[in-house]
Design a protein around this ligand. Sequence first.
Ligand code: BG6
Length: 437
Amino acid sequence: MTLTIFGSTGDLSLRKLFPALYNIYSLNKVNDDFKVVAIGRKALTHQEFIEMIKPKICEYARLSFDEDIFKDFSAHIFYYQMNLTEESDYTNLNIFYHEHQIKDQTFYLALSPLFFHSVIKGFKKLDHIERNNVIIEKPFGISTLDMIDINQKLMKIFPKDHIYYIDHYLGKEMIQNIKTIRFKNALFKNSWNHEMIDSIQISALEADGVLNRGAYYDSSGALKDMVQNHLLQILTILTMEESNNQHEAQLQILKKLRIDQVLLGQYEGYRNEKDVDEHSTTETYAELKCFIDNERWQNVPIYIRTGKKLKRREIVVIVKFKALEESPSNLLEIRIQPTEGVYLQFNIKKPGAKDQIETVQMDFCQSCVEINRINTPEAYERLFEEVFHHQREYFSSFEQILLSSSLIENIQKPMPFIYDKTIPYSLTEWVEIPHSY
Ligand code: BG6
């Protein structure tokens, strides 16, 4: 079991990939020949690299840091310095693999798509490359056309089922739970349509700014960074038909998705962030009103919003049911992050009163229970395990990626307004549910 990470000193590797691998290692979920070849451009010794990942694991790994376990884990890591655009470096990498008897492995492209072409070219210098797997990270190309090109190049090297397009939101516990909530409760299954549902809201709010990813983010923006992938995954899982072929069911929704209105924002001070253009018009906030033009969802608005530097970090879905006469709407809230749980708002008779209605809540906090937290793997942890077991269900299909990308590319982008933590304009009256924990 070997994993080679291209881009191992980047933000993604440090904040997400190595902490996830540390968790997997701590839980004894790897075999004895587990190795991580960490590739980077920086001239670092093994020890310097280990010192680089250690504080990140302390900060971001879900399991508490244990010095002895970390020491053992580090012994499985090999830092390898190379220049990704230098072909001869791949010949040397091939020699390195032979020396360490590494044959079957998974490559992880945790890189800017600007490097994908060079790495794919370099793969040809490696022996028996077709036996390996490759995991590729978003953005899967700098444009839809580039994605097609990259996919075609990958397909010439790897069998189709060895290529994993990762969207870490598919590894989140509560996003997986959406299907169970929808399809395993008669209450929801039979009312999940335009006759009963008034609107759906999906919010993915972040308190952080772009941190040290200004260069990448400025060429991407919220639409490509979050909406095109993570939020359209949530939207399609929420609205797809029940099916044994989830990729196909999600694709059918994307084919019928109509983006009706778009609102963009940029947080105050964004243009002063490191590596961001001082005149940038890149959006750090995006709000969309969409419709799905099929029988189930006719005329039901689906609102999506995501942004950085907002008041809080939170991902939630709110399904607002149609109000009956004068009584308030039933609301179902699926809490994805940081709290995981389900909240339902419904109406009862006010105790003691004759005809008055009272709105009450049932509130289930899954992540408040310690055993649930222990048993819930972090998204990347779950996805690594899936790849190690050759499971593809939690990964995107290339057709989905293409369609999502062209939907976003075709948006006529309005100029972003400037905001400071709160959003002054909105396409909808966002329903905020009081949080009880
Ligand atoms: C990444 C985006 O894919 O997802 C980041 O590139 C964003 O900009 C991150 O911050 C959010 O992930 P999570 O798991 O923290 O919600």
